[in-house]
Design a protein around this ligand. Structure first.
Ligand SMILES: *Cc1c(COP(=O)(O)O)cnc(C)c1O
Length: 478
């Protein structure tokens, strides 16, 4: 039942004290045209409503969640405790700077830590998500070319393995996308890249994820960034998935000029369902004068705020999603210099452990000797032999209390299941998941019908995917 259907007029409003100031009518031009439908419920019923909804969903606290390219690691409770401290919550961004020195220290420390991890010289914490960071980074690149009088540079190279947000952000930044196909090994086709770049003064730059969405680290990365630089382009690193390399390799050293980092993936702040995230953007010195938002200067206890010389302006109000940043800094400080690379090491170890065990039955896309943080199972052969698709396997996992891997992505693998176990899962959890995956493989050959009908144990069973796509009902009609 929807919250609106549970609403009863007059319920639950007793918590508000009687109004003790004059009531002022809102000017007609600002007034609502239709009635405001807010659900009216007692606190206990609201609490039960959301608890009921939570029981219908599968979160990291319910069970294994190997959703590729999303880094669904466990988010330590201490992050929440820190973010809830009154000093971080009972403040206003317009307070005089002398009164928020502690908060500015949090921002400055986070900037420094992320610069060290990414190999960048400057960092803005304003962007609210990865895609927002991509957009910010591309605007930096655009501003840089414009400042050099090279306004014709409006083409951005994006490999076909890229996350869908990459070409979308490029288009939003007013650029044209040049797609380049991957090699059969799933890597950037260096010869093709050279062909596109050589003597081309319209190249604004390249967007790349490394390791890419197939979990492969591109060994030609230095050559790739050099080719782009030689033709006058800039290199953008999609650092949404830093989980495989933090503390081991830095985008700055790979030759990238700017980068975004998803705090709501690698740095353990909760995500999914559109909750607040953060996609800080780092850059090297030559792009720093274009950075958006407030620039924090000075020393601990005496921080001041200024603007970059040729600032892009504001990418978001004030300082971005501040409490998300507090959580990420808590995570970084808790792990420290030793813990950060160890987390990556274990993320890669867990992915390889699963990949090796599952390769006994499943085909692994690109069949790498080792993967990084994630790997892709290719269900193509099974689909031909049994009629079972990646979707059916995913639905079967739901009946086993496992969240499915990412499906049908990247587009370079047609029946893809992309699994990213992360470092926070125990060997027992991985072993159980491996057993489940293997049993579903056998089920496809022994009793495909059961898989076609899965899931049967979840609050909602097989959905009408086509209907949902063709005739979506996106709002409640009163
Ligand atoms: C998640 C992800 C993004 C987008 O991040 P959002 O915060 O969802 O906007 C971009 N690129 C890659 C590789 C990702 O995994």
């Amino acid at each position: 039942m929807l919250v609106f259907e549970k609403s009863r007029p007059g319920r639950g409003i007793s918590a508000l004290p009687a109004c003790d100031v004059d009531i002022v009518a809102i000017p007609e031009k600002d007034a609502r045209e239709s009635e405001l439908h807010l659900p009216e419920m007692a606190e206990v019923d609201i609490s039960r409503h959301y608890t009921e909804l939570a029981k219908k969903a599968h979160g990291v606290n319910d069970g294994f969640y190997p959703l590729g390219s999303c880094t669904m690691k466990y988010n330590p409770r201490i992050n929440e405790a820190m973010a809830n401290l009154p000093g971080f919550t009972q403040i206003h961004p317009l307070q005089p700077v002398e009164t928020v020195q502690g908060c500015l220290e949090v921002l400055k420390e986070t900037e420094k830590a992320l610069c060290a991890i990414a190999g960048m010289s400057n960092m803005t914490l304003q962007p609210a998500a990865g895609a927002h960071g991509e957009f910010t980074g591309l605007l930096l690149i655009k501003a840089y070319h414009e400042a050099n009088g090279e306004t014709q540079r409006n083409k951005i190279i994006v490999p076909d393995s890229a996350h869908g947000t990459n070409p979308a952000s490029a288009v939003m930044a007013g650029m044209k996308v040049i797609n380049i196909d991957s090699t059969p090994d799933g890597l950037v086709d260096v010869a093709k890249l050279r062909e596109v770049c050589e003597g081309n003064n319209e190249i604004a730059g390249l967007m790349l994820t490394n390791p890419n969405t197939a979990g492969l680290f591109d060994p030609n990365i230095k050559e790739i960034t050099e080719i782009v630089h030689e033709c006058g382009g800039q290199c953008y690193y999609d650092g949404a998935n830093l989980n495989a390399i933090m503390g081991w390799a830095r985008p700055g050293d790979m030759g990238f000029d700017c980068v975004h980092i998803n705090l709501h993936k690698t740095f353990s702040t909760p995500h999914a369902c559109g909750g607040p995230g953060a996609g800080p953007v780092g850059c090297k010195e030559h792009l720093a004068k274009f950075m958006p938002g407030a620039v924090i200067e000075g020393e601990k206890g005496n921080y001041t705020l200024s603007k970059a010389e040729a600032s892009l302006g504001e990418m978001k109000s004030f300082f971005g999603n501040f409490t998300v940043i507090v959580k990420a800094l808590t995570y970084i400080k808790m792990l420290g210099k030793e813990g950060i690379p160890e987390a990556s090491l274990n993320a890669v170890l867990n992915a390889n452990y699963m990949m090796k065990k599952l390769s006994e039955k499943y085909d692994i896309a690109f069949n790498p000797a080792v993967c990084m943080h994630e790997f892709i199972m290719d269900i193509g052969r099974q689909a031909k032999e049994t009629g079972i698709t990646a979707m059916d396997i995913a639905k079967g996992l739901l009946d086993n209390d496992i969240h499915p891997p990412t499906m049908y992505f990247p587009l370079t693998v047609h029946e893809a299941l992309m699994a990213e176990p992360t470092e926070t899962e125990s060997k027992e959890t991985l072993d159980n998941a491996i057993e489940v995956f293997k049993s579903l493989y056998d089920l496809a050959y022994n009793d495909a019908e059961v898989l076609h009908n899965a899931p049967v144990t979840t609050p909602v069973t097989r959905l009408d995917e086509v209907g949902a796509a063709r005739n979506p009902i996106l709002k409640y009609e009163f």
